[in-house]
Design a protein around this ligand. Structure first.
Ligand code: NAD
Length: 296
C-alpha cells in the first residue's frame, strides 16, 4: 500500500495519523516536537528528519499545523516539502488557515508539478480520535477524488466545496457562526441572570425552539457548570476570526458582528484567559454585568 506523509502531530494530527495506521497505511511523519514523533514511531510510523525527507518518500502528504505561517514554512521553507516533491505529488493541508494563503501556496506547488487541496476539519479532538471529523475541501475534483478515500479513514464527512481556498472559506464561515452564536448565548443568559431569572430554566425553555442549536447544547451547560476546560481554546478562535477579517478585507467586505466578537475574545486574552474554552466568552458579559451565570 502507498506510503503517506504526515506533518504536524499535535492535538488533532496525532489521533488522525494513528487512525491511518489503524486503517493499514504506512506513514512517514515529521514534527518539530520529538516526543510527538516518538508516539507515532512506537505505533509503526517511519520518522523523517525534515519535511523535504517526507516529500522524497511519499506521493501524498498531509499537513495539520497551527496557522498559515507554519504551513508556509513547512511547504516553502528551507528543507521544506517543495524541495522534495515530484510531479504528481499531492499535498493536502488540513490546517485551518487563511484561504488566501492556500491560494498562494497552491501556485508554488503547481510550479513544481504538484497538486494541492485545502481540507480543514471541524469536530475537534474527540472526533479526531473517533475518525468522525467533517472535512471541507477546496481544489481540483481529480485531486479531491485521489485524497477522498484517505480522508474518509479520518472523517465521517468529506465534502468538496469548490476551488483551492474554498475549504478554508467554509471553515471560516463555520467559525464565524460558532463564535457569534456563543456570544448570543452569553448575552442572553447573562441578561436573564442579571434580571433574576434562572438561566438554567431559560436554557431548557428555549432549547427546543428556533433558538436551539448544537452550539447552545454544547456550550450553555459548560457556562452553567463553570467548566471552561477546552475543548476549543479562545486563542485558536482568535486566530480563525483574524483570518476571517483578512479574507474579508481581500474582497472589500466588512464583518460587523465578527469584529465585535473578536474584540471580546481579545479582551479575555489580555486578561490571560486565552487557554480557556471559547464558552468562556460568557465571562466578558459577566464582567460588564457584574454577575455570574449559575443556576439559581
Ligand atoms: P497543535 O498546536 O496541538 O498541533 C500543531 C502541531 O504542529 C504541533 O505538534 C507542533 O509541534 C507542530 N508544528 C508547528 N510548527 C511546525 C513546523 N514548522 N514543522 C513541523 N511541525 C510543526 O494544534 P491542533 O489543535 O492539532 O490544531 C491543528 C489545526 O487544526 C489548527 O489549524 C486548528 O485551528 C485546527 N483545528 C483544531 C481543532 C481543535 O479542537 N483542536 C478543531 C478543528 C480544527
Amino acid at each position: 500500500m502507498m506510503k503517506i506523509g504526515f506533518i504536524g502531530l499535535g492535538i488533532m494530527g496525532k489521533p488522525m495519523a494513528l487512525n491511518l495506521i489503524k486503517a493499514g497505511f504506512s506513514l512517514c511523519v515529521y514534527d518539530i516536537v520529538p516526543s510527538a514523533v516518538k508516539i507515532l514511531e512506537d505505533a509503526g510510523a517511519e520518522a523523517a528528519a525534515s519535511p523535504r525527507e517526507v516529500a522524497e518518500n511519499c506521493e501524498l502528504i498531509l499537513t495539520m499545523l497551527p496557522n498559515s505561517p507554519h504551513v508556509k514554512e513547512v511547504l516553502l521553507g528551507e528543507a521544506g516539502v517543495l524541495e522534495g516533491i515530484r510531479p504528481g505529488t499531492l499535498i493536502v493541508d488540513m490546517s485551518s488557515i487563511d484561504p488566501t494563503a492556500s491560494v498562494e501556496m497552491e501556485k508554488e506547488v503547481a510550479k513544481r508539478g504538484g497538486e494541492m487541496l485545502d481540507a480543514p476539519v471541524s469536530g475537534g479532538e474527540p472526533k479526531a480520535i473517533d475518525a468522525t471529523l467533517s472535512f471541507m475541501c477546496g481544489g481540483k475534483p481529480e485531486a479531491f477524488e485521489r485524497a477522498k478515500p484517505i480522508l474518509e479513514k479520518m472523517g465521517a464527512s468529506v465534502v468538496l466545496v469548490g476551488g483551492i481556498g474554498s475549504g478554508n472559506m467554509a471553515k471560516l464561515a463555520n467559525q464565524i457562526m460558532v463564535a457569534c452564536n456563543i456570544a448570543a448565548v452569553s448575552e442572553a443568559l447573562v441578561l436573564a441572570t442579571k434580571a433574576g431569572v434562572d438561566p438554567e430554566s431559560v436554557y431548557h425553555a428555549v432549547r427546543g425552539g428556533l433558538a436551539g442549536s448544537t452550539v447552545l447544547d454544547a456550550k450553555a451547560p459548560m457556562m452553567l457548570s463553570r467548566n471552561f476546560a477546552p475543548g476549543f481554546r479562545i486563542e485558536l478562535h482568535i486566530k480563525d476570526l483574524t483570518n476571517a477579517m483578512n479574507a474579508a478585507q481581500a474582497v472589500a467586505m466588512e464583518l460587523p458582528v465578527t469584529t465585535l466578537v473578536l474584540g471580546m475574545m481579545k479582551r479575555l486574552q489580555k486578561e490571560g484567559k486565552e487557554k480557556l474554552d471559547h464558552s468562556a466568552l460568557v465571562q466578558y458579559y459577566e464582567e460588564i454585568g457584574n454577575v455570574e451565570v449559575r443556576p439559581l
